[in-house]
Write a protein that binds this ligand. Structure first.
Ligand code: SF4
Length: 83
Protein backbone atom coordinates (compact mmCIF):
# COMPACT_ATOMS: atom_id res chain seq x y z
CA UNK A 1 0.00 0.00 0.00
CA UNK A 2 1.35 3.41 -0.81
CA UNK A 3 1.79 6.09 1.85
CA UNK A 4 0.98 9.62 0.80
CA UNK A 5 1.04 13.07 2.32
CA UNK A 6 3.84 14.88 4.11
CA UNK A 7 6.85 12.74 4.98
CA UNK A 8 7.44 12.73 8.71
CA UNK A 9 11.19 13.13 8.12
CA UNK A 10 10.79 16.36 6.20
CA UNK A 11 12.14 18.61 8.98
CA UNK A 12 15.45 16.82 9.32
CA UNK A 13 16.04 15.52 5.85
CA UNK A 14 18.83 17.23 3.84
CA UNK A 15 17.11 16.49 0.55
CA UNK A 16 13.93 18.49 0.98
CA UNK A 17 15.76 21.84 1.43
CA UNK A 18 17.75 21.03 -1.69
CA UNK A 19 14.58 20.34 -3.67
CA UNK A 20 12.98 23.47 -2.24
CA UNK A 21 15.91 25.78 -2.96
CA UNK A 22 16.10 24.54 -6.52
CA UNK A 23 12.34 24.65 -7.12
CA UNK A 24 12.29 20.93 -7.89
CA UNK A 25 8.53 20.73 -7.68
CA UNK A 26 8.21 17.37 -9.37
CA UNK A 27 10.54 15.77 -6.85
CA UNK A 28 8.76 17.32 -3.88
CA UNK A 29 5.39 16.30 -5.30
CA UNK A 30 6.57 12.78 -6.08
CA UNK A 31 8.24 12.07 -2.74
CA UNK A 32 8.39 14.49 0.21
CA UNK A 33 4.86 15.82 -0.18
CA UNK A 34 3.36 12.94 -2.05
CA UNK A 35 4.16 9.26 -2.29
CA UNK A 36 6.82 9.35 0.41
CA UNK A 37 6.52 5.61 0.97
CA UNK A 38 8.49 5.14 -2.25
CA UNK A 39 11.50 7.15 -1.03
CA UNK A 40 14.63 5.03 -0.76
CA UNK A 41 16.12 7.34 1.88
CA UNK A 42 13.05 6.94 4.03
CA UNK A 43 13.01 3.16 3.62
CA UNK A 44 16.60 2.89 4.88
CA UNK A 45 15.93 5.22 7.78
CA UNK A 46 12.86 3.27 8.83
CA UNK A 47 14.91 0.08 8.65
CA UNK A 48 17.43 1.64 11.04
CA UNK A 49 20.14 1.61 8.40
CA UNK A 50 22.62 4.35 7.61
CA UNK A 51 21.38 6.64 4.85
CA UNK A 52 24.15 7.51 2.39
CA UNK A 53 24.52 11.27 2.03
CA UNK A 54 24.34 11.03 -1.74
CA UNK A 55 21.23 8.86 -1.97
CA UNK A 56 18.32 10.43 -3.80
CA UNK A 57 14.74 9.34 -3.08
CA UNK A 58 14.66 7.47 -6.38
CA UNK A 59 17.61 5.34 -5.33
CA UNK A 60 20.10 6.97 -7.68
CA UNK A 61 23.18 8.63 -6.27
CA UNK A 62 24.31 12.19 -6.74
CA UNK A 63 26.09 14.77 -4.64
CA UNK A 64 23.45 16.70 -2.74
CA UNK A 65 24.72 20.20 -1.99
CA UNK A 66 23.96 21.37 1.53
CA UNK A 67 21.30 24.05 1.59
CA UNK A 68 21.23 26.30 4.60
CA UNK A 69 17.52 26.83 5.12
CA UNK A 70 15.45 25.65 8.03
CA UNK A 71 12.29 23.82 7.11
CA UNK A 72 9.34 24.93 9.20
CA UNK A 73 5.65 24.02 9.09
CA UNK A 74 5.16 27.33 7.26
CA UNK A 75 7.67 26.26 4.61
CA UNK A 76 5.82 23.00 4.09
CA UNK A 77 2.45 24.73 3.98
CA UNK A 78 3.73 27.22 1.43
CA UNK A 79 5.04 24.47 -0.82
CA UNK A 80 1.81 22.49 -0.49
CA UNK A 81 -0.20 25.45 -1.75
CA UNK A 82 2.09 25.76 -4.79
CA UNK A 83 1.93 22.06 -5.59
S1 SF4 B 1 13.67 12.84 0.62
FE1 SF4 B 1 12.56 11.08 1.41
S2 SF4 B 1 13.02 11.02 3.60
FE2 SF4 B 1 13.56 13.08 2.83
S3 SF4 B 1 11.72 14.30 3.22
FE3 SF4 B 1 11.62 13.53 1.11
S4 SF4 B 1 10.42 11.64 1.26
FE4 SF4 B 1 11.12 12.13 3.33
Amino acid sequence: MSERGVCSFIYGCPVFPYFHANQMMDCMRQYCLGDYGQCERRKLRLAGEKVPADLMPSGCKMEIPKVDISVTPETVEQVCTIL
